[in-house]
Design a protein around this ligand. Sequence first.
Ligand SMILES: Cc1cc2nc3c(=O)[nH]c(=O)nc-3n(C[C@H](O)[C@H](O)[C@H](O)COP(=O)(O)O)c2cc1C
Length: 307
Amino acid sequence: MVALAPMAGVTDASYRQLIKKIAPGVIVYTEFLSTDALAYGAKKTMEMLSFDASIERPFIVQVFGDTPQHFLEAAKIIEDIGADGIDINMGCPAAKVVSSCHGAALIKNPKLAAELVHMTCKEVKIPVSVKTRLGWDRADTLISFCKGLEEAGAAAFAIHGRRYCDKFTGKADWSQIYELKKAVNVPVIGNGDVNSAQDAIEKLGNLDGVMVGRGTYGNPWVMAEICDAFAGKVAPVVPKTYIEKLPMILEHCELSVAIKGERLGMLEMRRHLSSYVKGFDGASDLRGKLVRVEKLQEAKALLMSAA
Ligand SMILES: Cc1cc2nc3c(=O)[nH]c(=O)nc-3n(C[C@H](O)[C@H](O)[C@H](O)COP(=O)(O)O)c2cc1C
């Protein structure tokens, strides 16, 4: 199993569709969506549920929050739009998330965490999974925390191999994730610092899959390399040179504009464009222009001028 990690501000519909074109077997997640906003029918959050059912399968909607009734209502909405699963975020370390008792704060409140899983599962048939971290400030609480969630109905876990207190620093430690897999009866996916097929093969161990986030920045092709490596294919065919990558980069721009309109679509492409052109001759000059780009045609001309 290979999954694209949910990433707020990154894994919108255009990025998910791009990844699926490159690596059709990948599981994709939305950015995290507020259960409060879904329960109240907030327009912007409801729009973030849009997906292309012909490409984005399996499609998992990730949610966060702390009000059990809102998880129940959000779950019904998510099932109704035809999603394949619901994932609950219990790992986000952002200050405003944690201070609202959402995300990683739930690690410190296992009773509420289990109640949220229970309420999410209560009236839907699609599976409910949890993405969390090793722990709050220690890693030896992972197994008891997840076993409580499994009893409440969690059908799978994705574990980022860092504690809340590590935020994004240091190296991800997967050792407790392997121990968790031995202790539960549901799939466990490992996450953290997978940047290549070799990393994925080395880290997989006894787990059911790997989840990749930042390793896809500027290199969505890594997902095809990982899928091929897991399938035992020795020489995956992925573009290596800028010229070979260019058609997919242009397609990403077009997808973004088609889904979000030119102004927002190009604004959101800026960070991706900057990643795509990292590390080759003349890249810093080109990046300087790409991070200010406003029009699709302008981006295309700049990108093609570097070919
Ligand atoms: C920009 C950014 C946004 C993120 N947003 C989310 C999110 O919405 N939900 C979530 O569960 N994790 C989120 N994460 C964490 C990632 O899913 C992942 O756990 C983390 O980046 C470690 O994996 P990696 O080393 O493969 O990037 C985010 C990470 C980044 C860098």
